[in-house]
Write a new protein. Structure first.
Lengths: 249, 249
């Protein structure tokens, strides 16, 4: 186990447009930032992944359903925004205090199903989550390896609120090249007692760490992390609790 | 804003006993780890703070109430453990699947009110959360400053589960010398649009980052973090959502 972890903000990534090659942009940014993309984890914020993948919708083209209009009226929201949230959701988990907590088609539970109006390209645009964030992470990882980088892992991160606690934290929504959950079950604690139920959400801890350098307005969409062992692999689905085992759904 | 963050595992902290001087232990560990405790954040896991403060209870001395016995019987738990959970709680938030989610007297919402049997000193012992984790952080910070360290911040961390997602993450439960929440409300995003509701849970992101080096069985109870601006101050209470504004309580 490493005794030291280093996080470096990737400099020089431009405003991303649909169709941009994220692997090439990150290779250039790595050179500019003095980073060698080897033996580490690249954390990339969802916003630039979604934009590169064209997951941007013009609100002017959204025709809200009666249900979206009703929710928007009650909650003081833009009905076109609510319509997109409903389209991206398979279930509304909670609604209240003007907040709409939804379960996305991926199984992520978050505000507004991740449909975001901030940092969208223009006042009339909304950015949706990637259709398959694991696949997004895998494509970027494979693209970087094809350019000579690696071994490396890629996580796609987003900024979520939480029950009970104020403030947003970054979590992983997609993952490639590292196990998102580290399973300590069956290993012993320092006293030799079995750690019966301990699993660590490694990908989420990596995302939160990267978030320290990714403040929304600072223009740092990606962070390179060294000192974390690249153990295992897996899908972010491993991090999503089965709704039947969840006490808050 | 820093472009780089460095985390270093503090080496050489022994098994902590009640009454131990955490400041002196950390000063020694810093020397051993090649760390200068200046311009950074010291993240310390709750377990050693609680032990130093004598927050250890022998289960043999706990007499469970009828309510604790009933819950323990239904959930397959040790009734003395449940009794301690009830004593440390002001409200049971959820119970099911053998999990007891409680709101502690501090206002933290977590499994078993933080009453932990793993890494406890002996098979018959339980470790409770510190009585006032902000005060614990403040005492350690002031102790280190008295020994010549600083400027620095201290956060006390614990490992919590979450709704909806598998795996545990480290969060802050006490804080001194840094604002636990960074308020971005009223600032502009990259497009000049106001970030209306964005606050970042800086202390929790720091805790999660430190957690990457604090795996339970590795014997690393403390992590030093450099590259994070020591802005503001505040209590971890700033991170606790008012129950009246919470959709999951």
């Amino acid at each position: 186990m490493s005794r030291e972890i280093r996080l470096v903000a990737m400099e020089g990534i431009p405003i991303v447009e649909p169709g941009d090659d994220l692997a090439a942009l990150h290779q250039q940014a790595a050179e500019q930032s003095g980073v060698r993309l080897r033996d580490g984890v690249l954390a990339v914020c969802q916003k630039i992944v979604s934009k590169a993948e064209g997951r941007v919708v013009s609100l002017a083209e959204v025709n809200p359903s009666p249900k979206a209009r009703a929710i928007a009226r009650e909650d003081g929201k833009d009905p076109r925004h609510v319509e997109l949230v409903l389209r991206e959701s398979r279930r509304i988990v909670r609604r209240g205090h003007g907040v709409l907590i939804a379960e996305t088609h991926h199984g992520l539970v978050c505000a507004n199903a991740g449909v975001d109006l901030s940092n969208a390209p223009g006042p009339d645009a909304a950015v949706l989550l990637p259709e398959d964030p694991d696949a997004s992470a895998r494509r970027l990882r494979e693209g970087l390896i094809a350019l000579g980088a690696g071994p490396l892992a890629v996580i796609v991160t987003d900024t979520f609120g939480r029950p009970w606690r104020e403030g947003l934290v970054d979590v992983a929504i997609g993952c490639s090249g590292i196990a998102p959950i580290e399973d300590l079950r069956g290993t012993a604690d320092l006293m030799g007692r079995e750690l019966a139920v301990t699993t660590t959400a490694t990908a989420d801890q990596l995302a939160a760490a990267a978030g320290l350098l990714m403040r929304k307005s600072s223009g740092v969409p990606s962070v390179w992390i060294e000192g974390v062992p690249l153990e295992g692999d897996g899908s972010l689905r491993d991090t999503l609790r089965d709704p039947s085992r969840d006490l808050f759904r």
